[in-house]
Design a binder for this molecule. Structure first.
Ligand code: MG
Length: 205
């Protein structure tokens, strides 16, 4: 398999270069605490930042997504991409694109795909994580479940990263901001940094 550097920004997604760089830096620091988990993989843009950081730190990136698209990716919605539609099963499927991008970037050994529902996988997960990046569904239930199910699996000192945190409701949906507030209010986390819409918190207890 040939591989060459793949610009994450050439892959579909919403993470900015600044947010991506901050994620990679955090992952590099957390790799000694345990593996990295991302929730919401889509076509692999964030994995292209997190995967190399995990690899360089001697750990793995677990990339979790049902790969059936978020609400806004469904037909008729603003962010629907017909190229990711599987006509035979009448559903979105971003997994082939994700895998192709990991192969192109030479990251297949560094990035382990968890193709399934976040809550179902969390039930069987016991390994303490160095970092958790929540960038999955934006409904209140999806965001809250991702927080509740996964934030507790972080090692002490590990980083909780949340994407699409909009303090001003005019700028975007509330659930990621609400779980961010919940994390701070829990006393389990302290804020490290906010880069654009990416909030970074550290588990302190
Ligand atoms: Mg996002």
């Amino acid at each position: 398999m040939t591989s060459k550097p793949l610009d994450p920004q050439s892959v579909k997604g919403f993470l900015t270069p600044q947010e991506g760089a901050a994620l990679a830096q955090a992952a590099k620091r957390c790799a000694e605490l345990g593996p990295i988990l991302e929730i919401g993989a889509y076509c692999g843009r964030s994995a292209l930042y997190l995967g190399p950081a995990a690899q360089n730190g001697g750990t793995l990136l677990f990339s979790l997504d049902h790969h059936r698209g978020s609400e806004e990716n469904q037909p008729g919605w603003e962010w629907h991409d017909p190229a990711l539609w599987d006509d035979e099963v009448q559903a979105m499927d971003s997994l082939p694109t994700f895998r192709r991008n990991m192969a192109r970037a030479g990251l297949e050994d560094a990035v382990v795909v968890l193709a399934g529902r976040s809550a179902a996988i969390a039930r069987y997960w016991n390994t303490p994580l160095g970092m958790v990046f929540i960038d999955g569904g934006h409904t209140m239930k999806a965001a809250y479940d991702d927080y509740r199910n996964w934030a507790t699996k972080l090692a002490a000192g590990g980083v909780l990263a949340i994407h699409d945190v909009f303090p001003n409701p005019q700028d975007g949906g509330r659930p990621p901001f609400e779980i961010y507030q919940k994390a701070l209010a829990s006393g389990l986390f302290e804020q490290i940094n906010q880069i654009q819409t990416l909030a970074l918190l550290r588990r302190v207890a």
